[in-house]
Design a protein around this ligand. Structure first.
Ligand SMILES: NC(=O)c1ccc[n+]([C@@H]2O[C@H](COP(=O)([O-])OP(=O)(O)OC[C@H]3O[C@@H](n4cnc5c(N)ncnc54)[C@H](OP(=O)(O)O)[C@@H]3O)[C@@H](O)[C@H]2O)c1
Length: 343
């Protein structure tokens, strides 16, 4: 019985039904006055998401590490609209390198100087398992995937929260829509993650196999997303964890040609589908305070945590009081120690 439901869960993540929340659900101008940040918005899925968000009339920050690539992306997004100059939406570049904690601190500070609100942060930026040479580490000498997907992403979210979201909530005289922070995991957590999602003994070094390092960092993003929800939902901020699906985008850089050919034949979709999953996580009215312990399947479906394949990862993320390993809290505290490397 259990293996049947595992099989069903895996199949529906590889071959999801049609997206139920698309650009058609966020009409032109519907998000005017709101401020969004998409990390890594200059390429792949983040680019597709920025393109949709621009049409909604919001101010959208493309937070990424190359001004040149961001400028090209912004120009191309604007060119995809018939009358870009008549639109209320704005697209802005924010310099952010998640592999350098000094840059993360700096980006949060600069953003808070320019804006007095943040409605949704999409922690979209990421590196695929085959995209980098072995042995590359972050500026503060952390294992790259854990450094970017967990330590850097959480620092950014926490700084923006302290600088902007909490003061904004305290100053609000009328209740606004709650802000959201979106965390991206991957099916590789299920297929390639170490036992319990993360091996804490190997957090500093990682292992030789980059797919395992990637999967552990995505399990980490999942656990941090849950922990973020535990800590901040009572303050009025929603934390949303999602598997984006499998898309033909930069995450597969470095994958051997034949494997790409087969994956394209079997399950890879256009990046806009993952953008729909992110759109659902960030803007769907179905996501509320009551759904915070739920997970989002591609292309935008709320499912109970228990329908996710790897029960050991879920159990590990659970607090010790509830019989889990408390790995979310443990990882969070490890990240806090690492942030001090760039104070
Ligand atoms: N594609 C999939 O099937 C898939 C599946 C599961 C999960 N995901 C996740 O979905 C997200 C997007 O994937 P994608 O396939 O669209 O990737 P992509 O095309 O490679 O785009 C990744 C984006 O992240 C940026 N980025 C990378 N390292 C960064 C850093 N240190 N600081 C700031 N920005 C950085 C990249 O900027 P540069 O242009 O400067 O490199 C780029 O804009 C990732 O988190 C990925 O793990 C994707």
């Amino acid at each position: 019985m259990e293996s049947l439901s595992k099989l069903r869960s895996t199949i529906t993540q590889f071959w999801p039904p049609r997206p139920a929340f698309t650009e058609a659900d966020v009409s032109k101008g519907s998000q005017a006055g709101r401020v969004f940040m998409v990390t890594g918005g200059n390429a792949g899925v983040g680019y597709e998401l920025c393109k949709i968000l621009f049409g909604t009339g919001a101010t959208v920050y493309m937070a990424t590490r190359s001004e040149k690539r961001a400028e090209v992306a912004i120009k191309s997004i604007k060119a995809s609209y018939a009358e870009p100059d008549s639109m209320t939406g704005q697209l802005k570049f924010l310099y952010l390198d998640l592999s350098d904690l000094v840059s993360v601190r700096d980006a949060a500070r600069r953003f808070a100087r320019e804006e007095n609100r943040l409605d949704v942060l999409w922690n979209n930026a990421g590196i695929g398992p085959n995209a980098v040479e072995d042995g590359v580490r972050t500026t503060q000498d952390l294992e790259l995937f854990m450094g970017v997907h967990c330590v850097g992403a959480l620092l950014l979210a926490e700084l923006l929260l302290a600088e902007l979201l909490l003061p904004q909530l305290r100053a609000a005289t009328t209740p606004d829509l709650p802000s959201r922070v979106v965390w991206l995991t991957s099916i590789l957590v299920d297929t390639s993650g170490p036992r319990d999602g993360i091996d804490f003994a190997l957090l500093e070094t990682g292992v030789r196999d980059q797919t395992t390092n990637y999967a552990a960092s995505k399990a980490g993003a999942w656990m941090l997303g849950r922990e973020f929800g535990r800590r901040h939902t009572p303050e009025g901020i929603l934390s949303v964890v999602m598997n984006p699906g499998n898309l033909d985008a930069g995450s597969f850089k470095g994958t051997p040609r034949f494997a790409m050919f087969m994956m394209r034949m079997l399950w890879l979709q256009k990046p806009v589908f993952e953008a729909y999953t992110e759109l659902f996580a960030g803007l769907s009215p179905e996501v509320t305070r009551d759904t915070y312990e739920r997970y989002i399947f591609p292309w935008g479906r709320l499912v109970p945590d228990s329908s996710v394949v790897r029960q050991d990862v879920l159990k590990a993320a659970e607090s010790e009081e509830l019989g889990g390993l408390g790995s979310g809290k443990k990882l969070w505290e490890w990240c806090e120690v690492k942030w001090k490397l760039a104070e």
